[in-house]
Write a protein that binds this ligand. Structure first.
Ligand code: SF4
Length: 416
């Protein structure tokens, strides 16, 4: 219990309200530097028209997800049609291509600044010569040592992840599964899928299956329907989840037909990945709205990336944008030591500091779990320390502002 002394209640309330108001105003000032996708809508519309012209695409083609996927920007020749490139960039991008494939949809290209290399959308997709330093580990998460069946990863007692394809609408430069991307698009074979389904049938403790990739939403609706139906037929599978960046990188993919099919497979959840508020646009908001209307809860799993979103202001703005489109910020992943992505990694302390600046300062729904995924060991959550010490019948805590207080701990004394 906090003792407030003799001051007038009204006076104390006003002082506190003023202090809280100042916190919020400080954030609003800092946030002026962080532009959102909606604020950049005019720029995006201009870039879209420019890219359409350069690629000779009609509006109808642009809105067709199959056209977007088939016309991913994936070579220097294509890239220089839409962005000015220096000779060094051309050479670097070609060199990187020999080791790590790169590709992204024309739609996602329209969110990138054509010249500013600091653009947070561009940095996620355009290769960087630092990738060739080849620091890091090919399979940092130890998936290869956690796969009782090829393309099925088991890190936990009651749930598994299934890699159904290596195809993505855009190959994120920070991808932890870049080893799976390979040189060509490839779906998991029907035989391998059958092996996976048999494993699931044989293991009655598996109640939760995550379909991931690659990106399962790059499948045709009928094929995804068949996979989900096969999972529905296994009685002990209680929930299904899909990991997809398509609503963000390829929002054209999300249409009534897809959502109608998905709505036949409840309980179903979708996890997306948005890393910067610039990625939430009218197009992605429409896609997310359709998914929500199909009764599918959407959670976001950001990756903490140096030079892209490594500040509390950006993550807070991102999470506010997500909540506005009914997406719950769920995880903030520490960027792990996968090969060729060292330049994206931040110290662990950066993530903890970001959480410190979110908890209490904004809606609890906007505070994700900060997660490290060590090799083969599953997720480890990290958080600022709020418990300072404990003693007989009490704990010493601090609140989100750093105010230290003693709290009665009846549970502990009651046990004795
Ligand atoms: S969408 Fe996911 S799986 Fe695909 S490249 Fe990006 S992070 Fe990797």
């Amino acid at each position: 219990m906090i003792e407030y002394g003799q001051e007038d209640r009204q006076e104390i309330s006003l002082k506190k309200a003023e202090k809280f108001r100042q916190y919020a105003l400080d954030y609003l000032d800092a946030k002026k530097e962080v532009l959102t996708g909606f604020q950049l809508a005019d720029n995006y519309a201009g870039q879209k028209e420019r890219i359409k012209t350069a690629l000779g695409a009609s509006e109808r083609e642009w809105q067709d997800w199959k056209w977007q996927l088939a016309n991913r920007i994936s070579s220097v020749e294509m890239l220089e049609k839409i962005f000015p490139l220096t000779l060094t960039q051309k050479k670097d991008f070609t060199t990187i291509q020999s080791k790590f494939r790169w590709a992204f949809t024309p739609y996602f290209a329209s969110l990138m600044d054509p010249v500013d290399e600091r653009c947070p959308v561009r940095k996620q997709m355009l290769p960087d010569i630092r990738e060739m330093e080849l620091t890091g580990v090919t399979d940092f998460s130890g998936e290869e040592y956690s796969s009782p069946v090829d393309n099925l990863v088991r890190w936990y007692p009651d749930r598994v992840a299934v890699h159904v394809t290596n195809v993505c609408a855009g190959f994120c430069r920070h991808c932890l599964r870049r080893r799976k991307i390979g040189e060509v698009d490839q779906a998991t074979s029907a035989d391998n899928l059958e092996e996976i389904l048999q494993y699931l049938r044989d293991n009655r403790e598996i109640r939760d299956v995550l379909l991931t990739g690659g990106d399962p939403l790059t499948f045709h609706t009928g094929w995804l329907d068949r996979i989900l139906s096969a999972l529905d037929d296994i009685e002990h599978i209680e929930i299904k989840r899909i990991g997809s960046r398509a609503p963000i990188v390829l929002p054209q993919r999300v249409d009534e037909e897809l959502c109608e099919m998905l709505s036949r497979h409840h309980p179903l959840y979708i996890n997306i990945q948005v890393n910067h508020p610039r990625e939430i646009t009218a197009d992605s908001a429409r896609a997310l709205d359709l998914i929500s209307r199909a009764g599918i809860p959407i959670h976001n799993q950001s990756v903490l990336l140096r030079g892209i979103n490594d500040s509390a202001v950006i993550i807070k703005a991102l999470n506010h944008e997500l909540l506005k489109v009914r997406v719950r910020p769920y995880y903030l992943y520490h960027c792990q030591g996968t090969i060729g992505i060292e330049h994206f990694r931040t110290p662990v302390e950066t993530g903890i500091e970001i959480l410190e600046n979110l908890r209490g300062f904004t809606t609890g729904l906007a505070v994700p779990n900060y997660i490290i995924t060590p090799s083969g060991l599953g997720k480890t959550p990290l958080a600022p320390e709020y418990q300072i010490s404990s003693g007989e019948g009490f704990v010493l805590l601090r609140n989100w502002e750093g105010i230290v207080y003693r709290y009665d701990n009846p549970g502990r004394s009651g046990e004795e």
